[in-house]
Design a binder for this molecule. Structure first.
Ligand code: FEO
Ligand code: CA
Ligand code: CA
Ligand code: CA
Length: 728
């Protein structure tokens, strides 16, 4: 979301009132045809996949070489050679000359052969969305599928599982004539079920032709499935079984239902997907006098996470009644004390969200697992350090709200390549036991990782909140981070790890309160005005750091600012990176290093959208420290900082622009580098009514004259017309 502030964004974005220094499976083993036919619930579906698998024939990608220029796809290009895409306001996805963009998976599209296609004039039923694409596509990762074993294989480009988040919904276009009783309730049951099902995660089986590079979804694959805001989930890690997670659904605090507001993502070296629960807090209501039924500690915690008493819910799911679902499915969105104990109501329901959730795309038999040891906050993204045999794994994460923090979790276990395809058992090994840290950035270009542990006296002795145990620390990680004086950042969004040197990049999208509520500091140095009226850190920046001694267990690091967003014509002490018309951008959000080391940067902007729609750029970054000291504009004064080398036209270029009123987010590729996938989220977001849309994408992608279609979030595949390597 952008940094504009209707009620719920204000509720979610700015809750850090601490006075820290302002520096911020389905088939487990091999799929044999026998196991397919005997283990799956539907014989018809299983047999269909068996024929699909038979039809696959060769799973070699090698014949693609006949259409490929003599470029080694695994090599990092020395310079970017595609023609940069010009800034524009067109209602279409624009890609460089020689490339083509195709929409493959839009809101409401069926992932099951027994469910019909989306129909603009007859929106499908709420329950059918368990077999349809959700809304607001976001984080996304491709997992190569070995069609012999039915398991993960990171060398496979002909078959793969694309896993993507559906962050939230655009109510205006999700229902036939918009939402009923919006903002007040009671909401009709079918609409609520559609909305709940339109959240969560999609797993879709893709097949790519190795000659034409054409990508299709295999609608008869048993791998296709949806995970929604109703899907049962298991807790693992230090808070599993804590009384803080007790609900009527699971008094013992070991289960919950649903994942929602899934924003950024990550993937593990053992082949599972990580989805990040971001702005979860706005889904709950609290009675106006609920504080009087709470302990002082509970009130502090609820306020710090943005759920003050009297809070209204974003979609009023708690107001639904009917016969399609049990009433309990709606009651669970009311976080008020209404019963005699936490065992009989949902006072603790907010504590069951805000986690990193592990999903094994290859295993539908087990429930997804919420990995509590990684902490609870508005999780944006979760990226694993390079998997190096014998070294501990680190998981880097941002908390996207103004003035929130950057965290890392370091596994106690050391990486063992035999754990590839280890599924949730491997997750238990690497994600349950370890240390959770928060980052502090110093003015001299150094930084510290401060462990969030009850053994730290700043936490055990914190007077604002009394931590009971380590389960309490991870559940209220924000408060523990306040206690240790972590650095308040300009909205930490996605994280990317450079495969060539392990350096970690974090997008800091913007902060309209930098310079007011949050004074500038070396790591968040800019405070300036946008020509169109915004202020603070208007265009955002990308910070990077390198662990001391290049070890994931380091407790110290060095940092600089790789890149500053800006409009090309801005002052030199704002446009510090030297952006030009070929690469200027605002509000970096999605970001990913492909395995070669090309960095892909995506925007979710509201400050430069008078000139251009949101975009994706390709970058070839140098290394931390390749620039030097810099001086940034900070109000009427300046702020010293450290920045990377200024960019050039050859190492930062605009690769793509999106349709109107959208965000570009989610980026992943096939291992042969010949297909790249991106998501267009909420095209037409600023529309005032279902029949008054500002965008008609994705229909406009093939018919630019369309003026009637509903805008729908969708996944796009981009390939080269000559079948070559993307950005090769
Ligand atoms: Fe869901 Fe922080 O973007
Ligand atoms: Ca965002
Ligand atoms: Ca985001
Ligand atoms: Ca502007």
């Amino acid at each position: 979301m952008t940094d504009f502030t209707p009620y719920h964004e204000e509720q979610e974005l700015d809750n850090n009132t601490s006075d820290n220094v302002h520096f911020r499976d389905i088939l487990e083993q091999a799929i044999t045809r026998r196991s397919l036919i005997t283990k799956t619930a539907s014989g018809a579906v299983a047999l269909t996949l068996a024929s699909t698998l038979t039809a696959c024939g060769s799973d070699s990608d090698s014949d693609s070489a006949t259409t490929t220029p003599a470029t080694d796809p695994t090599k990092l290009p020395t310079k970017l050679s595609f023609t940069p895409v010009a800034k524009n306001l067109n209602d279409i996805v624009t890609v460089p000359e020689g490339y083509e963009a195709k929409v493959i998976y839009a809101l409401g599209d069926s992932i099951n052969q027994y469910y019909g296609p989306w129909d603009d004039s007859n929106v499908p039923s709420g329950p059918s969305f368990q077999f349809r694409s959700g809304d607001c596509h976001d984080g996304m990762s491709y997992f190569g599928l070995n069609t012999t074993t039915g398991r993960y294989d990171d060398s496979k480009s002909d078959h793969g599982l694309l896993v993507l988040n559906h962050e939230y919904i655009n109510q205006t276009f999700l229902h036939q004539t918009g939402p009923t009783n919006k903002g007040t309730g009671p909401r009709p049951e079918d609409e609520v079920i559609r909305e709940v099902n339109a959240h969560g995660v999609s797993i879709i089986h893709l097949k790519k032709d190795s000659k034409t590079q054409a990508v299709e979804i295999l609608k008869n694959s048993i791998f296709n499935r949806r995970i929604t805001a109703s899907t049962p989930m298991t807790f693992a890690g230090v808070a599993a079984g804590s009384t803080l997670l007790s609900t009527r659904f699971s008094p013992s605090g070991v289960k919950t239902r649903g994942t929602q507001n899934n924003c950024g993502n990550g993937y593990t070296p053992w082949g599972t997907y990580l989805t990040a629960e971001e702005n979860f807090i706005g889904y709950f209501v609290r009675n106006s006098t609920d504080d009087s039924s709470r302990t002082a500690n509970e009130v502090v915690a609820l306020n710090r996470y943005g759920l003050k008493q009297g809070a209204k819910s974003r979609y009023q799911w708690e107001t639904a009644t009917g016969s399609l679902e049990q009433q309990d499915m709606y009651d669970r969105w009311n976080a008020s004390v209404v019963g005699a104990s936490a065992y009989v109501d949902y006072r603790n329901i907010p504590n069951t969200f805000g986690w990193i959730v592990e999903i094994d795309p290859f295993d539908s038999r087990q429930d997804p697992v919420k990995r509590t040891s990684l902490g609870r906050f508005a999780h944006e993204d979760c990226r694993t350090s390079r998997a190096i045999e014998g070294q501990n794994l680190a998981f880097y994460m941002g908390d996207d709200s103004r003035g929130e923090y950057i965290y890392k979790f370091v596994s106690d276990a050391k990486w063992d390549v035999k754990d590839v395809n280890g599924g949730y058992a491997a997750g238990d090994k690497y994600m349950n036991s370890g240390k959770l840290y928060v980052a502090k950035f110093n003015a001299d270009g150094t930084g510290q990782w401060i462990e969030l542990s009850t053994s730290n006296s700043a936490i055990s002795g914190y007077t604002t909140y009394a931590f009971a145990d380590q389960a309490d620390v991870v559940t209220h990680a924000r408060i523990a981070a306040d206690a240790v004086g972590a650095t308040k950042m300009d909205r930490p969004e996605w994280v990317a790890v450079n495969p060539n040197n392990g350096e970690v990049y974090v997008t800091l999208t913007n902060n309209s309160n930098r310079g007011t509520n949050y004074t500038t500091d070396a790591a968040n140095p800019r405070n300036y005005s946008d020509p169109e009226g915004g202020k603070g850190n208007v265009n955002g920046h990308i910070i990077r750091f390198r662990e001391d001694a290049d070890t994931t267990t380091a407790t110290t690091f060095k940092w600089d600012i790789y890149l500053f967003g800006a409009e090309a014509q801005m002052l030199e002490n704002v446009n510090l990176s030297g952006l030009t018309d070929n690469n200027d951008f605002s509000s970096p959000d999605g970001m990913w290093f492909d395995p070669r080391g090309v960095l892909w940067i995506q925007t979710d902007d509201g400050a430069y959208t008078d000139v251009t729609n949101c975009m994706m750029l390709a970058a070839l970054p140098g290394t931390m420290g390749d620039g030097g000291k810099a001086t940034a504009l900070s109000g009427t004064a300046t702020q010293d900082t450290f920045m990377g080398a200024k960019v050039t036209d050859e190492n930062l270029r605009r690769f793509l622009t999106g349709p109107k009123d959208c965000e570009i987010t989610g980026v992943t590729m096939t291992p042969d580098y010949k297909a790249i996938f991106i998501n267009v989220q909420h095209p037409g977001e600023d529309s005032t009514a279902y029949n008054n849309a500002t965008s008609h994408w994705p229909a406009t992608q093939t018919d630019p004259t369309n003026t009637t279609a509903r805008p729908r979030s969708a996944t796009v595949v981009i390939t080269r017309k000559d079948g070559g390597v993307i950005a090769g």
